[in-house]
Design a protein around this ligand. Structure first.
Ligand code: ATP
Length: 238
């Protein structure tokens, strides 16, 4: 399998706060990798460091064989890493369709591509299709999450990074969202998934990593991690 993303010994700081301490992880072609950990472990910081929003102080980040550690965020998006942040951040005053069209702006030069991708997104998210003219701010939390993911797909990602897509959503909606993540991945898009919902994430993922106070303390195949005693105790017990 070829490698899509590789972090080696990545360090990141917020002022004096050492948020990532030598983080190494990989996402392989066609796979979903889950990054688990409790509040404040550094999961969001890991994604922000990959997308260039937080500068790595040490170590290296390679994407499709290219060193991206010191690139600007807009260059990293252009290379195909698309980050759906925690809290979704859709444009509330714009319609669903306008939000999606904005997502495709890096590909605007190719209208045929945009049209095709829009059809694909609407097919993947029938709820968005039904609500194309509705203002995004009036969507439910689950629908906003779908919109944020749909918008990410509009830019033809080569790696999709999702930060806590299940946050604040009812279990039935979480199921729906995760089913769509599986479908997106089955279409060939690798996914790096940050989740506090470890049980659901490990069911979906191929590989799992556990982050604790900025360090990867466990990594393994997801099916094996979900049987790991330490994981079961810390994250899966309920
Ligand atoms: P959560 O699930 O609560 O978002 P997380 O694992 O994603 O947790 P991060 O948000 O990556 O954790 O935070 C890692 C550490 O960095 C925490 O100690 C947090 O307080 C700190 N941190 C995050 N953002 C900043 C910031 N902008 N300035 C200073 N410290 C920050």
């Amino acid at each position: 399998m070829s490698q899509i993303l590789e972090l080696r010994d990545v360090d990141a700081f917020y002022g004096q706060v050492h948020a990532l301490r030598g983080v190494s992880l990989r996402v392989e072609e066609g796979e979903i990798a889950a990054l688990l950990g409790s509040n404040g472990a550094g999961k969001s910081t890991t994604l922000k460091t990959i997308s260039g929003l937080v500068r790595a102080k040490g170590g290296s980040i390679r994407f499709l064989g290219e060193e991206i550690t010191r690139l600007d965020p807009h260059r990293i998006v252009e290379l195909g890493i698309v980050h759906v942040p925690e809290g979704r951040r859709v444009f509330g005053a714009l319609t669903v369709l306008e939000n999606l069209e904005l997502g495709g702006f890096t590909k605007r030069k190719d209208p045929a591509f945009t049209k095709r991708t829009l059809e694909r997104v609407m097919h993947l998210f029938p709820r968005l299709n039904e609500r194309a003219k509705q203002r995004a701010g009036t969507l439910s939390g689950g629908e906003q999450q779908m919109l944020a993911m749909g918008r990410a797909l509009m830019s033809d990602p080569k790696l999709l990074m999702l930060d806590e897509p299940s946050m604040g959503l009812a279990p039935i909606i979480v199921k729906e969202i995760f089913k769509i993540v599986r479908q997106i991945n089955a279409e060939g898009i690798p996914v790096l998934l940050v989740e506090q919902n470890a049980k659901a994430a490990l069911k979906l993922a191929h590989q799992g990593y556990v982050l604790e106070t900025g360090q990867i303390t466990l990594q393994n195949r997801a099916d094996l991690l979900s049987q790991d005693e330490k994981i079961v105790k810390a994250y899966l017990a309920n």
